[in-house]
Design a protein around this ligand. Structure first.
Ligand code: ZN
Length: 499
C-alpha cells in the first residue's frame, strides 16, 4: 500500500468519528432530547459537523486526493477505493468553494428552521415558519451557487438527491403520469367505495408497536443491526450497515398509518443493512440517491405491502395482536389498504393519488426557484394546486403547506424522489416477475425472503457505487419510463374497483 493511501485511510477513519457523533446527535434530538436541551445539542451538532466539514475541505485531504488520482497511484487502487477517490475528489472540488462561516451559518439555520417548523405546525401558524423558510430558500440557492456556479439552482438541487435525473426527464415522466392518472382517478372515485367503518375506533398503541415488530421481522429487517424509535415524522437513519435506525409515529385512531410507515421505513433499512459491508463508513456505502432509496421503501410499502398475498401468511397474527382485525376479513382489509380517495396529507395518501401530492410539490419547488414566487404567496399556491389535482382545500396550514418537514432543512428537490421511486418500482416489478415468476404466488407461498434476496443482490449490495440511471439499466436493461407503473395501476385498480 502506498504511503498516501495509508494516510488517506487513517484520515477517513478520523473524519468518520465526527460524522458518527453528528448522526448520533441528530438521532437523539429527533427522538428523546427535551425541548430545553435542544439548544445545547444544536451547538454540539454545529461543532461536530463543522469539524467534519473542515476535514472534508482541508488542504491535507485535497493533496491526498490529488496524489491518489494520479494515473500511477490510481491504477493500483482496488475498485472500491477508485470509486471513493473519484467521488470524494468531485465533492471536495464543489464543497471547498463554500466559505466556512457560510456553511456554519447554514447548519445552524437548518436546525433553527426545524424547531420553528415544529412550533408552526403545532400551532398551525405559517407566519412562525415563513421567515425561516425564506431564509432556507435563500441559503439553499446560495450554497448551490458555490458548489455549481452558473448552473440553474433547481437542477443542481434535483441532481443532489437523484444524480443523473434532470428536470427534463422528470417533466416527461410526470406529464405521462398526469395524462393517464387524472382520468383513472376520476373513474375510481365514481365507482363504489368500500365501507371503512370497521377501521374506526381506538387501537391500542402498545399493540401497534408489536404489530410493527411483526412486520419488520416478516420483511427481513435485521434486529441485530437495527433499532426503532418514536418521532413526529417517521424516518430512517444509518451509521453503517450494522446500525440502521428507523422511527415511527402511532395514531390511536389510525392503525394502518403506523403499519405502512413501518413497512416503508423497514424497506429503507433493509436496503442499508444489505449494502456491501466493505463500503461501510465511506462514500460508497449507504445509498445517496433518494429516488433509488425510495424505490426500495415504496416497493415494500406498496408493491408488496398493498398486495393481498403479502398479508396471507401473517393476517391471523395481526388479529391476535389487534383483536379488532379478527372482525375484518382479509378481503375487507385489502379493499381498505387500497382505498383511493382525495386526501390532504401526503403520508396518509393511497398509492395512486400520492402521485399528485408529489407533482404538486415538484411544481411549487419549480415556482420557488425558477419563478421566484414570494414565500407569503406559497400557502395560497399550495391550496390552489390541491384543488386542481385533488379537488379539496386544506382547512388550515398544518394540513396544508406545513405538513412536511423537508423544506425546514433545505431539502428542496427531494420530493420528486418519492415518485421517481414508484416509477422505478413499476420497472423493477416487471423485471422481477420475468426472473422469479409471479409476485402474488411468491407472497402467498410465504416466500417474501426470495424477493428480498433478489432486491439485495440486484440493488442494495451496490450502495452508492451505481448512479440511478445505471441501476435502472443494470436491473431492467431499459431507459426509465413511467409506462410500467401506469400498467400496474390500471391492472390493479380496474380489478379492485370493477372499472
Ligand atoms: Zn422514504
Amino acid at each position: 500500500m502506498s504511503e498516501t493511501l495509508e494516510k488517506f485511510k487513517a484520515f477517513l477513519e478520523e473524519k468518520n468519528q465526527y460524522d458518527h457523533v453528528t448522526t448520533l446527535l441528530y438521532w437523539d434530538m429527533e427522538t428523546v432530547t427535551p425541548k430545553a436541551g435542544q439548544a445545547g445539542h444544536v451547538d454540539a451538532l454545529t461543532y461536530f459537523s463543522t469539524k467534519s466539514f473542515e476535514m472534508g475541505t482541508s488542504k491535507e485531504l485535497g493533496e491526498m486526493l490529488d496524489t491518489l488520482a494520479k494515473p500511477e497511484e490510481f491504477e493500483a487502487l482496488d475498485d472500491t477505493m477508485k470509486f471513493i477517490v473519484t467521488r470524494m475528489k468531485r465533492d471536495m472540488d464543489k464543497d471547498k468553494r463554500i466559505p466556512k462561516e457560510r456553511f456554519e451559518a447554514f447548519v445552524r439555520a437548518q436546525a433553527e428552521a426545524g424547531n420553528a417548523w415544529r412550533d408552526a405546525k403545532n400551532a398551525s401558524d405559517y407566519s412562525v415558519f415563513a421567515p425561516h423558510l425564506r431564509n432556507m430558500i435563500e441559503m439553499t440557492a446560495e450554497m448551490a451557487g458555490y458548489t455549481d456556479p452558473g448552473k440553474e439552482v433547481y437542477d443542481v438541487l434535483l441532481d443532489k438527491y437523484e444524480e443523473s435525473m434532470d428536470s427534463a426527464t422528470i417533466d416527461r415522466l410526470f406529464e405521462d403520469l398526469k395524462k393517464e392518472l387524472i382520468p383513472l382517478v376520476k373513474q375510481i372515485l365514481a365507482a363504489k367505495q368500500p365501507d371503512d367503518t370497521k377501521f374506526k375506533g381506538n387501537f391500542d398503541i402498545n399493540a401497534q408497536r408489536e404489530v410493527q415488530q411483526l412486520l419488520l421481522d416478516y420483511i427481513g429487517f435485521s434486529r441485530e443491526s437495527g433499532a426503532v424509535g418514536e418521532t413526529e415524522h417517521p424516518f430512517t437513519l444509518n451509521f453503517c450497515s450494522k446500525d440502521v435506525r428507523i422511527s415511527n409515529h402511532y395514531h390511536e385512531t389510525e392503525p394502518l398509518s403506523a403499519m405502512f410507515s413501518a413497512i416503508h421505513e423497514g424497506g429503507h433499512a433493509i436496503f442499508e443493512q444489505n449494502v456491501n459491508p466493505e463500503y461501510d463508513n465511506t462514500v460508497a456505502g449507504s445509498c445517496n440517491y433518494m429516488g433509488v432509496h425510495e424505490s426500495q421503501s415504496r416497493f415494500y410499502e406498496n408493491i408488496l405491502g398493498r398486495n393481498k398475498n403479502f398479508w396471507l401468511p401473517i393476517y391471523d397474527k395481526l388479529g391476535e395482536l389487534l383483536p379488532q382485525f379478527k372482525e375484518i376479513s382479509l378481503d375487507e382489509f385489502y379493499r381498505e389498504i387500497n382505498h383511493v380517495r382525495n386526501s390532504l396529507i401526503r403520508t396518509e395518501a393511497d398509492e395512486v393519488t400520492y402521485c399528485f401530492h408529489i407533482i404538486l410539490r415538484y411544481e411549487i419547488e419549480k415556482a420557488i426557484f425558477r419563478d421566484h414566487v414570494a414565500v407569503e404567496d406559497l400557502p395560497e399556491l399550495w391550496n390552489e394546486k390541491m384543488k386542481e389535482y385533488l379537488g379539496i382545500t386544506p382547512g388550515n396550514d398544518a394540513e396544508g403547506i406545513l405538513q412536511d418537514m423537508h423544506w425546514s432543512d433545505g431539502s428542496f428537490g427531494y420530493f420528486p424522489s418519492y415518485l421517481l421511486g414508484s416509477i422505478y418500482d413499476g420497472m423493477f416489478l416487471e423485471t422481477l416477475e420475468k426472473e422469479l415468476g409471479s409476485v402474488d404466488k411468491l407472497l402467498a407461498a410465504g416466500k417474501i425472503g426470495e424477493i428480498t434476496k433478489w432486491l439485495n443482490e440486484k440493488i442494495h449490495w451496490y450502495g452508492s457505487t451505481r448512479v440511478p440511471k445505471e441501476v435502472i439499466q443494470n436491473v431492467c436493461g431499459e431507459e426509465v419510463s413511467a409506462e410500467p407503473l401506469i400498467r400496474y395501476f390500471k391492472k390493479k385498480y380496474t380489478e379492485i374497483y370493477n372499472l
